[in-house]
Design a protein. Structure first.
Length: 363
């Protein structure tokens, strides 16, 4: 490949690659909130009732995690469609080989979803504080399992050489040297996104971020410093796991990531991360979070997230024979259905407006 991603592919392949990346970024925006938010709460709950009561971030997460989970799931549907069009053989084979292990993400997701509501229910507030710890712990373990499964499935889909042996052994588990570092990249990246999202939520909900009130601290850290610590540890974790993951990649893939196809995106990903880390360092030192800095951190986050998702695709297109799939992509592009799509888009939009109006009236 001599052109920057997504150029240089046949038009239909390029079209679906762009759609996959764009919709997957949206999935990541919400999924990061859910994954890192569940982790934040699971560990935060150990601080006990007094400290948790003054931690505005935990209160926001308790309130918003169920909604964010709904968004993460919904936003996962579009890339799920595009990934099947683009890499049908790879994606389906991995799904079939992992079998029940892969499908286990559905019951786990349902349990986590319901426990998020238990977590914010009046029922649990009437119980001893202790019970919030296992509930938050199970929610986090469930989401971590789902993330693990997506990474496992993805890596298996790229490792055609492993398919016969896995099928022959009847095992439902796939391991590879890239599994943990790759999962680590998504896990730690989730904290950088969460910090930015919480900062916006806090701002919109009237928290004092520009000049945090003195005295309101948890473990000696003000609200903005806690966010800075969250984002900074996430960013450093991404760098460590990204380096470890790079070691596991074959030379050809590394060349694709640093060459014309992915090189510019790699620079953008690192630059976006650097901007975020610099912004959060300023916040930690100054102990305040003015709007221009929040916008800077948000821009850095969006650039590194989008570039990260593109690089994820660069790894895949340099592993599978994407040119051989061009005919299938071109065929898929001829299949229409716009009127049906528009009809259901209108019905859904009307249903959403009705739901919002009904809820707003009730509130
Ligand atoms: C809320 C729980 C979820 C978590 C924590 C989660 C986590 C992840 C992670 C970590 C990845 C990246 C895997 C990798 O590149 O190594 C991923 C990819 C993906 N997720 Fe999610 N996910 C969740 C729910 C869903 C749901 C419910 C859907 C579908 C409706 C979905 C659709 C996708 C798709 C299509 C991909 C890309 C797969 C590929 O390109 O091979 N996710 N998810």
């Amino acid at each position: 490949m001599t052109e920057v991603f997504p150029l240089g592919f046949p038009p239909a392949t390029c079209f679906y690659l762009v759609l996959l990346v764009a919709t997957l970024v949206l999935h990541m925006v919400f999924m990061h909130y859910v994954l890192a938010g569940a982790a934040y709460l699971a560990f935060g709950r150990f601080m006990g009732p007094k400290r948790c009561a003054v931690c505005g971030w935990q209160a926001i997460l308790i309130d918003w995690l169920p909604f964010a989970t709904g968004l993460a799931i919904t936003a996962g549907v579009a890339p799920l469609l595009f990934v099947q069009i683009l890499y049908q053989r790879e994606f389906y084979t991995a799904n079939l080989l992992l079998s029940h292990r892969w499908m286990a993400i559905l019951p786990v997701l349902i349990v986590c979803f319901y426990l998020l509501y238990v977590q914010k229910s009046a029922w649990i507030t009437r119980r001893a504080w202790f019970w919030r710890i296992p509930v938050a712990g199970v929610v986090f373990a469930g989401f971590a399992f789902i993330a693990f499964s997506w990474t496992e499935n993805h890596l298996l889909s790229l490792d055609a050489a492993a398919w016969p042996e896995l099928y022959g052994s009847g095992s439902f588990r796939y391991t590879s040297s890239g599994l943990l570092p790759r999962l680590g990249i998504w896990f730690f990246a989730a904290f950088t996104t969460l910090a930015v999202e919480l900062a916006w939520q806090g701002r919109l909900l009237g928290m004092k971020l520009v000049q945090p009130p003195p005295g309101v601290a948890v473990m000696g850290l003000s609200a903005v410093r806690r966010l800075s610590l969250t984002a900074t540890s996430g960013g450093l974790g991404v760098l460590a796991c990204g380096t470890a993951y790079a070691w596991t990649l074959p030379g050809e893939t590394t060349r694709a990531l640093t060459g014309p196809l992915g090189g510019a995106w790699l620079v953008a990903a690192v630059a976006g991360l650097a901007v975020q880390l610099a912004a959060w360092a300023w916040v930690a030192v100054q102990n305040r979070f003015p709007l221009p800095l929040l916008i800077t951190a948000t821009a850095g986050c969006l650039v590194s997230l989008t570039s990260g998702v593109v690089l994820r695709e660069v790894v895949r297109v340099s592993t599978v024979d994407i040119k051989a799939l061009a005919v299938a992509h071109a065929e898929a592009a001829t299949i229409g259905g716009l009127p049906v799509f528009l009809l259901f888009a209108a019905v859904n939009a009307a249903a959403i407006v009705w739901c919002i109006r009904t809820a707003a009236r009730a509130v």
